[in-house]
Design a protein. Structure first.
Length: 402
């Protein structure tokens, strides 16, 4: 993955000059530092809040950041272009700073089957029992029965209930259709707190998987009160064969070392960017293989079957508290099916794939695929973060609260 792909021009939103972007970098001999992007530089936000989670608890995080940039409370810590280039794990100089995932103490949650295209692919996985060779014939048969008639169905509505009755009668009902058009969304834990990797890092697939794929998504940053503060890009790396064998293997299909990527930054909501902009985002996916294979696709969040804020409401509320907030993947809009290893075999990753998830409003998240056991070991957990912050004096007296 050449570092030339990790440049401000490629990594940042098209209107980066007016975007409020926060992230985290690893500063050697210091540890993780919360930063803001400003005029090509990264500025230290530690005096405002020691963690991204605490920053999003403030009543007006954007106002706090802007004030700190003006009065010098957020000093320059590094040049953005140098840190981006050093974020390429294949070329990284560990004596210099690099980007981490922009979240920290937030729970990492994900929504499943929120788009019709990916909904049908989940049904195919289930019926194929994880066998990629059977997928194409099942896909054709389901399309004949379902067509695209589910596209206009509002989940949980009376019309959705009627569709359910029809599909049960035709013998094609599925647990994935239940969460796709039923009243209750699928919300699951994607990865442990602090386990997500950032742009430039390797992402991992289980070595025992022979049918897997990237899942390009928009990820909402939500605070403990359920207020959505911003959005980032994400790659919910998925093992289709594992989940296809049994939905009870969802944890193994979704949560492996380095199987969750978020970044490059969280774009905070302000007068230039808000939830309505998220609803219109088009996310692009590009996969370039070491053997020359290329795949490109895109899809609009406008095609989502559940509104993003409805998903937030199902993830956090009277039954679900998250005192440090959460990062919520909104579901994949693009399930790649392009044949890679032969007719009817569909798509699967190979080690060395370069994956780019991009959107004009959010920039680009770029990663390289390896087997999970070959990815950098995850050894900086919550305890390590607390010790680090205490050692830097960032927990004494607490941070500003909402």
């Amino acid at each position: 993955m050449p570092s030339a792909t990790l440049t401000p021009q490629d990594a940042l939103p098209r209107d980066a000059d007016r975007a409020t972007l926060i992230g985290r970098l690893w500063q050697p001999d210091v540890g993780p530092v919360l930063v803001a992007v400003h005029q090509g530089q990264l500025h230290d936000l530690s005096r405002i809040a020691p963690t991204a989670s605490q920053l999003l608890e403030l009543d007006a995080p954007v106002a706090h950041i802007r004030t700190a940039l003006r009065d010098g409370t957020a000093p320059r810590i590094a040049a953005l272009d140098a840190v981006l280039a050093n974020s390429d794990e294949t070329l990284r100089d560990t004596s210099k700073p690099w980007l981490l995932a922009p979240c920290d103490l937030q729970a990492i949650k994900a929504s499943g089957v929120t788009f019709v295209a990916s909904l049908l692919e989940r049904v195919i996985e289930e019926q194929a029992r994880g066998d990629a060779a059977r997928a194409e014939s099942i896909r054709a048969g389901l399309t004949n029965v379902l067509g695209d008639n589910l596209a206009g169905i509002v989940p949980g509505s009376a019309a959705a209930a009627k569709v359910k009755e029809v599909l049960i009668a035709q013998g094609v009902w599925s647990q994935y259709l239940e969460v796709g058009i039923g009243p209750d969304a699928e919300i699951f834990t994607k990865a442990p707190v602090l386990a997500a990797v950032g742009t430039g890092a390797d992402v991992g697939i289980h070595e025992g998987s022979v049918w897997n794929n990237p899942e390009p998504e928009v990820v909402l940053a939500v605070n403990s009160q359920g207020h959505t503060r911003g959005a980032a890009l994400g790659n919910d790396v998925n093992l289709r064969d594992f989940e296809g064998r049994s939905a009870l293997l969802l944890g193994k299909a979704k949560d492996n070392n380095a199987s969750c990527a978020i970044g490059p930054f969280i774009r905070l909501f302000d007068e230039h960017f808000g939830i309505d902009d998220v609803r219109r985002i088009t996310v692009g996916l590009q996969v370039t293989g070491p053997e020359g294979f290329e795949l490109e696709g895109s899809s609009s969040l406008a095609k989502i079957s559940r509104d993003p804020l409805d998903l937030v409401g199902q993830a956090i509320g009277p039954q679900h508290d998250y005192p440090d907030g959460l990062m919520l993947f909104l579901g994949t809009m693009f399930a790649p099916t392009q044949d890679r290893h032969g007719p009817g075999q569909g798509f699967t990753h190979v080690v060395g794939d370069r994956v780019s998830v991009s959107a004009p409003e959010l920039g680009a998240l770029v990663n390289r695929v390896v087997h999970s056991q070959q990815a950098a070991r995850w050894n900086f957990g919550i305890g390590a973060l607390m010790r680090n912050l205490a050692g830097r004096g960032l927990l004494q007296g607490g941070a500003p609260t909402a």
